[in-house]
Write a protein that binds this ligand. Structure first.
Ligand code: AMP
Ligand code: ZN
Length: 137
């Protein structure tokens, strides 16, 4: 438990949350600022700054829960699609520094979620170099 962490306080029951799933290690609750109806956060109960601080095994278990909760949210809200996002660090939009995965049902392209993958011409030399570098880690 990190004393100034709002999600640790939710895990401890010190502040309320609209819980939709809970087990020994994970918790899911509605985001207080519903970007779309059903916007849900899935968190590990054990504090970690973000996914990059967790082991692949912990992340795998977290995503098993994300998978189940996303299906439950979808069954309940019947969206046309969904985004699953985890922001890591401020530059990527992280504002709460306790790992969380957003589940965002999508009903319309004119909703309040803006994700823009601007298209670029492929640079195949750069792709080859980057792939080699990443594969070598
Ligand atoms: P991020 O910007 O990816 O770090 O997301 C943090 C999310 O936590 C935001 O979407 C907030 O609306 C949400 N949030 C902050 N405080 C609470 C709270 N007390 N209960 C539920 N969601 C919260
Ligand atoms: Zn925390």
């Amino acid at each position: 438990m990190v004393s100034d962490c709002i999600f640790c306080k939710i895990v401890a029951g010190d502040i309320p949350a609209s819980k939709v799933y809970e087990d020994e290690h994970f918790l899911a609750f509605l985001d207080i600022s519903q970007v779309t109806a059903g916007h849900t956060l899935v968190i590990p109960k054990k504090h970690a700054r973000n996914l990059l601080e967790m082991t692949p095994n912990e992340t795998g278990e977290l995503f098993e829960v994300v998978s189940q909760v996303a299906k439950n949210v979808g069954n309940a809200t019947q969206p046309k699609g969904m985004n699953v996002i985890s922001n890591m660090e401020e530059i990527a939009g992280q504002s709460v520094f306790h790992t969380h995965v957003h589940i965002l049902p999508r009903y319309s392209q004119e909703d309040d979620l803006k994700i823009d993958f601007t298209a670029h011409e492929p640079d195949f030399d750069q792709l080859a170099r980057l792939a080699e570098l990443i594969a070598a880690q």
